[in-house]
Write a protein that binds this ligand. Structure first.
Ligand code: ZN
Length: 383
């Protein structure tokens, strides 16, 4: 039996003085004196208010992990963003954008690329473990500076994001659990650790480049990936997927927003344990217990992940099934225009000129012209 510890992290306060807190659950690696520690893990959920399924996955992970022997420390944070989580309007949870600034809650993390080249030059002769410890400390100090020594203060969102990032920077493997609007499961995977995508039970993987746009996965892997590139320019190869420097970070899209499904969450938790097992986080005795399902896994580069914007306003019948190859010319949606009935076309099929795999669609049946209707894989390939 594994001890689960719990603490509350204060991430801000409301006008009334009410404290904004986030629960942080921790499990410690167990081993004897000679035991070599495995990678440490950080998993958070619900940064976007309506994307609640990750909380159920964290529940199922805790239920499983408390009976497993682990080699690496694991930190789990459900309800990562209490402002977004409670942001209701009528029947709907909003919470994708900070209502004060309009900024996407998952675009507020921090990365300062300018510190990396001097670090690489200074550490060109250091061992991998020295690099690991010093670079991790550099990132932690950087984020502490932002949190504690910022004369002009922080926005509500930055204060939340930086505190979560401080936890993420202490771990080797980072998973940020999200969902799409109405969506199939898919994974955002940095190009350098594609092999790991085979160990999640997720059939669709987006392969992403080393570009920072403010998201947690990027804020976690971009520093290490950029460090690897700077070292390469100096003639030294640094592996980021094994050994001391085992640094990976993914955004896991678990399905649709506004839904809790505990049975599905159990399956998702098993998929995550399969990945953690592959990375050596679980003890040797569990090696055969958590293995990936056999499935066809499709990959697509981010540049080939296309949004289809509605060519007209109207009422939408979403036709295309997620994960199924859709031939060129087959309709993705049928749009109803009752204002045209009798003197025009009341029904319009919307098609594409190429084969795609639909991944997600808009959450409402009524759309304005220009609404993002579907997101699809184009130029996809089997992993
Ligand atoms: Zn999200």
């Amino acid at each position: 039996m594994n001890q689960v510890s719990k603490e509350l992290m204060h991430v801000g306060e409301m006008a009334s003085g009410a404290q904004l807190t986030v629960p942080v659950y921790r499990l410690k690696a167990q081993g004897n004196a000679n035991f070599s520690k495995g990678p440490s893990v950080y998993i958070q959920a619900n940064m976007h208010g309506a994307e609640v399924q990750g909380n159920a996955v964290i529940y199922q992970l805790l239920e499983l992990l408390k009976n497993l022997k682990i080699n690496g420390d694991i930190t789990l944070v459900p309800y990562a963003n209490p402002v977004a989580c409670n942001h209701k309007n009528g029947e709907y949870t909003l919470g994708r954008f900070d209502p004060i600034t309009g900024v996407n809650w998952n675009r507020m993390y921090h990365f300062d690329e300018s510190v990396i080249e001097p670090f690489a030059e200074q550490h060109i002769g250091s061992s991998d473990s020295e690099i690991e410890a010093s670079f991790k400390q550099l990132m932690l100090t950087d984020i502490e500076q932002k949190l504690d020594h910022n004369i002009f203060g922080l926005t509500t969102g930055q204060r939340i994001a930086y505190q979560l990032q401080r936890l993420a920077h202490q771990a080797d493997l980072v998973l940020d659990l999200h969902t799409g609007p109405i969506s199939s499961k898919h994974l955002y995977c940095p190009e350098y650790c594609q092999e790991s995508a085979n160990y999640f039970d997720i059939p669709h993987t987006l392969i992403i480049p080393n570009d920072f746009d403010g998201a947690l996965d990027e804020a976690t892997f971009c520093p290490w990936w950029t460090l690897q590139e700077k070292f390469k320019n100096l003639g030294r190869d640094l592996s980021l997927s094994d050994g001391v420097l085992n640094k990976e970070s993914f955004t896991v899209e678990l399905g649709s927003q506004e839904q809790i499904d505990l049975a599905e969450a159990h399956q998702d938790a098993l998929g995550i344990l399969s990945y953690l097992n592959y990375k050596g986080v679980l003890a040797e005795q569990h090696a055969q217990e958590f293995i990936p399902q056999t499935m066809t896994r499709y990959g697509c580069y981010l540049k080939d992940y296309k949004a289809l914007y509605s060519p007209m306003g109207g009422m939408v019948d979403y036709l295309a099934e997620f994960g199924q190859l859709l031939a060129a010319g087959e309709p993705l949606v049928r749009i109803l225009r009752m204002d045209n009935y009798g003197d025009g076309d009341a029904l319009h099929n919307i098609t594409l000129d190429r084969q795609v795999i639909p991944i997600l669609h808009f959450a409402s049946a009524s759309v304005n012209q220009g609404t993002e209707l579907y997101k699809v894989f184009t130029k996809f390939f089997i992993f």
